[in-house]
Design a protein around this ligand. Structure first.
Ligand code: SF4
Ligand SMILES: [Zn+2]
Ligand SMILES: [Zn+2]
Length: 308
């Protein structure tokens, strides 16, 4: 197979675009998709500072590299979850990547913040991933606001977005359907949240990381009992195989025709927000959910006779 653009041997085949690229032309294609996402949805304005959430995986590290190459003012933010072995391995990849590319990195250690995820798992009676996701989102937004970043970027790719949209649609969850998309504008104590990789598939972000020699953290979290959207991703992979281009058509169609209708519903029912009494994060309940979690963990840890 030959590269569609320059006719040298192709290295990456992209059936959904009915094409294949060599290494250099794939890079141009990848950049073009990121630029298109930024332009089409006004993700980043000139001069804005961008905080990039870095997990150590292919998507977030690839996003950081691409935005820095495009000349944006980027800083990485890694939340060290405090999970034995797993968290230090992920953190090492993020630190190594940022050092190799001369990129600024900020690290939040949940151990120091009184909320290491093993304690959340032990003392809080709810699925650990839902609490962990909430804590990470809290810190991404909190650091963005406290340190003056206008924009918070995450590495969600097209497969992530389609799987989430599909799950929300199956439940007709109007709240989630009202604000899913590549850009959530800043409001009520929230920084603008953007997903510049939303046009690129998981396969494409993996190719980008591989072709750019990015060393990524691949070991699954020991607490992941099978990620929630894996089944939906398999269904969509099947659909995409039979009908290339289905994913982006489904997602783009939602952005154009579905989301505006749901946004209207949410505006009429959303609860008013005020700063958390302890940390200043937006909440509708006096103390925000993460401060309440931290208090609960600290009380139960103090009362636990087995804890050293
Ligand atoms: S799988 Fe691990 S890192 Fe991911 S949300 Fe669950 S506990 Fe957190
Ligand atoms: Zn080429
Ligand atoms: Zn709080």
């Amino acid at each position: 197979m030959k590269c569609r653009k320059c006719k040298t041997p192709a290295e990456v085949a992209l059936p959904s675009h009915n094409t294949a690229f060599c290494r250099d032309c794939f890079s141009v294609y990848f950049t073009g998709q990121v630029e298109k996402a930024i332009r089409r949805h006004g993700l980043i304005n000139p001069g804005e500072r961008v905080l990039v959430a870095l997990s150590g995986g292919k998507d977030s590290l690839g996003l950081m590299l691409e935005l820095s190459r495009l000349g944006y003012d980027v800083t990485g933010l890694h939340v060290d979850l405090g999970i034995p072995k797993s968290s230090s391995a992920a953190r090492a990849k993020v630190e190594g990547f940022c050092a190799a590319h001369g990129l600024t990195l900020r690290v939040v250690e949940l151990e120091k913040e009184g909320l290491p995820i093993p304690d959340v798992k032990r003392y809080i009676n709810r699925p650990v991933c839902s609490a962990c996701g909430k804590i990470k989102r809290h810190w991404f937004n909190r650091v963005a606001l406290e340190e003056g970043f206008e924009v918070l970027a995450t590495g969600h790719n097209l497969d992530d977005e389609v799987a989430r949209l599909f799950a929300n649609t199956l439940r007709w969850d109007a709240g989630y359907l009202s604000d899913q998309g590549p850009c959530l504008n800043a409001e009520s104590g929230f920084a603008r949240k953007i997903k510049p990789l939303y046009r690129l598939s998981e396969f494409e972000t993996a190719c980008y990381a591989f072709l750019n020699g990015i060393e990524i953290h691949t070991a699954p979290c020991p607490y992941s009992g099978g990620a929630s959207f894996t089944g939906h991703k398999r269904l969509w992979a099947d659909l995409e195989y039979k009908s290339p281009g289905s994913k982006i058509a489904f997602y783009d169609g939602f952005l154009k025709r579905g989301r505006p209708a749901f946004a209207q519903v949410e505006k009429e029912t959303g609860a008013p927000l005020a700063p958390c009494e302890k940390c200043g994060s937006p909440t509708s309940t006096g103390l925000c959910g993460v401060c309440r979690l931290a208090i609960a963990v600290s009380e139960r840890r103090a009362a636990d006779p087995d804890r050293d």
